[in-house]
Design a protein around this ligand. Structure first.
Ligand SMILES: [Zn+2]
Ligand SMILES: [Zn+2]
Length: 440
């Protein structure tokens, strides 16, 4: 196998874009000198213009770098689609630009070597100040995840079942995995992995981590692993099927995020989970090392480092409102929140909300987090204590971890790296039974 070329969607359904070629580019057998070119959608095709002169009109126009280091700037690219920080930015890309007509618009697709793409992704997602072993582990995870997506068989199992109603109980079991793109392999946004081009954003640390692990993937039974990660497991990682489809990945099982578990197992047992969540057992991700956390989570302002164990209070009326907004069911005032089933990390995978006008049974972990907060709870590993007060019934939640908890625990892995573990040890800890293989 040689290094794959990725098709990354930079802009979708555009009617026009402006590109600056920073070096000569090939357009068919003609060479374009550095400068600005414009593309416009024209009745089902794309028209490429330079200084008002039409260079080509076709359903697909490909601008290919004429030299090794040719880069282009895509102007006014939308970054952070649907997030509160959505904005337009000019970004620099290596590789070729393909303008693909689609209905009466076109997509801008960057065809780029997987390793070049990875350098950018690792730079965007991780601080250059992270321990090198963590960057290397992350490069291998991102590469594996990408190759698993390209294989196309990553989405195993059936989709979520339809909501059902039995008596006064509505049952909703949903999960949210990444939807495939039709016209390219991955998009440039957080939906896939954040990709902000080259040069301006690529750090030397990320470049080295990618170079050192070039072509290396996690593999199980001869197949590239669909490697996952989350911010902090809370002490125990979760299995694949608690977050996504009802299939088991042997390398995505629950592991204690410590040399060994110092708490009673299994955490799917309610009493064990309660003691575990209310305690603060020793675990790699049980850290309050501000300097280390600042390295890993550069984008956050660490007003709090309370995610290994966290707490929040929600009122009966708030929960009623979120259920109404997000699920479209009015349960009336909520009178009880009842755990029905937990995964092996202690995360709730089924929860019952009991209201004066009906009951709602919810799953899986993300749906539970979504419904008990205006945005999301940190995790679904929590215990509930009702509190009757002057303002009515409230529920006090105490929880563990941040994210779905499946696969590598970023905070735990950073602590392992800080303690001197190398990337092979970190990956062997989180992905049991998986091996490292150099594919190219
Ligand atoms: Zn995407
Ligand atoms: Zn952890």
């Amino acid at each position: 196998m040689s290094e794959p070329t990725l098709r990354v969607g930079l802009a979708q359904d555009r009617s026009d874009v402006k590109l600056s070629l920073q070096a000569p580019f090939r357009l068919g057998d003609r060479v374009l000198e550095p400068g600005i070119v414009e593309a416009r959608a024209e009745a089902g095709r794309v028209s490429l213009l330079s200084a008002g002169e039409e260079l080509q009109r076709s359903t697909r126009i490909i601008l290919q770098p004429a030299g090794e280091a040719s880069t282009f700037v895509l102007h006014d690219m939308t970054v952070g689609v649907d997030f509160h920080w959505e904005h337009e930015q000019d970004l620099v890309f290596a590789g070729s630009a393909s303008l693909d007509a689609h209905n009466n618009t076109f997509h801008v697709v960057n065809e780029v070597g997987l390793e070049t793409y990875l350098q950018s992704v690792i730079s965007s997602e991780m601080s250059a100040r992270c321990p090198p072993a963590l960057l290397e582990a992350h490069a291998i995870i991102s590469r594996s995840w990408l190759l698993a997506q390209l294989r196309g068989s990553a989405r195993q199992g059936d989709g979520p079942p339809e909501p059902e109603t039995v008596g006064d109980t509505t049952r909703i079991v949903r999960w949210y995995d990444r939807e495939d793109h039709q016209h390219f392999d991955v998009c440039a946004d957080d939906h896939c992995q954040r990709y902000q081009g080259v040069s301006r954003t690529t750090t030397e640390a990320a470049r080295l981590a990618v170079q050192k692990t070039r072509g290396v993937v996690l593999s199980y039974g001869g197949e590239v692993c669909d490697a996952r990660f989350s911010k902090a497991c809370g002490g125990m990682t979760e299995r694949f099927s608690s977050a996504w489809a009802d299939v088991e990945m042997p390398y995505l099982q629950a592991v204690a995020d410590a040399p060994q578990a110092s708490w009673p197992l299994p955490l799917s047992d309610e009493a064990n989970a309660t003691a575990f969540i209310l305690g603060a057992p020793p675990a790699y991700c049980n850290t309050h090392d501000r300097a280390l956390l600042d390295q890993i989570l550069p984008e956050l302002d660490h007003a709090t480092t309370e995610f290994f164990r966290w707490e929040t209070t929600v009122s009966s009326e708030q929960v009623r409102g979120w259920v109404k907004d997000k699920i479209g069911v009015d349960l009336g005032p909520i009178t009880a929140i009842r755990p029905l089933a937990r995964g092996p990390s202690g995360r709730l995978i089924r929860l019952e909300l009991i209201g004066a006008q009906g009951r709602l049974e919810l799953g899986k972990e993300l749906e539970i987090r979504r419904v008990l907060s205006p945005s999301h709870l940190y995790s679904s590993a929590f215990v509930v204590r009702p509190e009757e007060g002057p303002a009515g019934l409230r529920f006090h939640l105490r929880g563990a971890g941040w994210g779905h908890g499946v696969g590598l625990c970023q905070i735990g892995a950073a602590v392992m790296a800080d303690q001197g573990h190398v990337h092979t040890e970190i990956l062997a800890h989180y992905f049991r039974g998986a091996t490292l293989e150099r594919r190219y």
